[in-house]
Ligand binder design. Structure first.
Ligand SMILES: [Zn+2]
Ligand SMILES: [Zn+2]
Length: 228
């Protein structure tokens, strides 16, 4: 039986009594993480994505995919620590839809193990609308950004509830987000958006649009997992 609450941050004593167990295979964890060495090595680490959209690149490509070369996206840089494949996809689903905060903590640790290869200005989590936050009880991107531990900026808001992006096609995804985000207060010169999963990037692009309209000059993104 898993005891996620007993493994909450700060429960040091319980951490000694209950050493970490790998969330993937159940063997003892390593380096104080709920992940064993072999499972960590076997994860779908994503180190060869396009520098602007993190899509997997063909072997002979430069660091930018042909789509981004033809039509540069609203993100200056984009980094995905992992690919959205098993067991990362299973961890993300547990975190996002089954209240498994221990899975979220492990995913944030994995992001910190494979950070972007550029300097980190303040992190800005892709915000949830208040109504969904109340239903879910926690903000999955915000928690990842908090657990990574870098400085954050909180001026980006979701001012309109939107339908879940996962249920829509690419075109519908774009229009679903029209006017969904707004910026409050003076915006930093550069920010790094943080989100759990990137599929087409339409949510990140809508955030980038709002930030740029408010005067932010350099908007990049760091996601836990990229859907290939
Ligand atoms: Zn394992
Ligand atoms: Zn690209």
């Amino acid at each position: 039986m898993r005891l996620p609450l007993l493994r909450a941050p700060g429960s040091r004593l319980l951490g000694i009594l209950l050493p970490p167990v790998c969330q993937v295979c159940g063997e003892p964890g390593e380096h104080d993480r709920e992940l064993c060495g072999p499972c960590c090595l076997a994860l779908p680490w994503h180190t060869d994505g396009c520098a602007r959209c993190a899509a997997p690149l063909p072997e002979d490509a430069s660091d930018i995919c042909f789509r981004c070369e033809e039509m540069p996206p609203l993100l200056d840089h984009c980094w995905a620590s992992l690919r959205y494949e098993d067991p990362v996809s299973a961890l993300l689903l547990r975190y996002k839809f089954h209240q498994d905060l221990a899975a979220g903590r492990l995913l944030a640790q994995l992001m910190a193990l494979s950070p972007p290869p550029w300097p980190l200005p303040p992190l800005v989590a892709v915000p949830l609308h208040g109504s969904r936050l109340r239903r879910r009880g926690y903000d999955q991107a915000g928690e990842l950004a908090r657990l990574i531990g870098a400085p954050r900026w909180h001026g980006l808001r979701r001012i309109r509830a939107t339908l879940p992006q996962s249920e829509r096609g690419a075109d519908a995804r774009r229009h679903n987000l029209d006017g969904a985000f707004a910026v409050r207060g003076p915006v930093p010169d550069a920010v790094v958006l943080v989100d759990d999963v990137m599929t087409t990037g339409s949510t990140l692009h809508a955030c980038a649009e709002a930030l740029r309209a408010a005067g932010c000059r350099d908007v990049s993104a760091w996601v836990c997992a990229r859907v290939p």
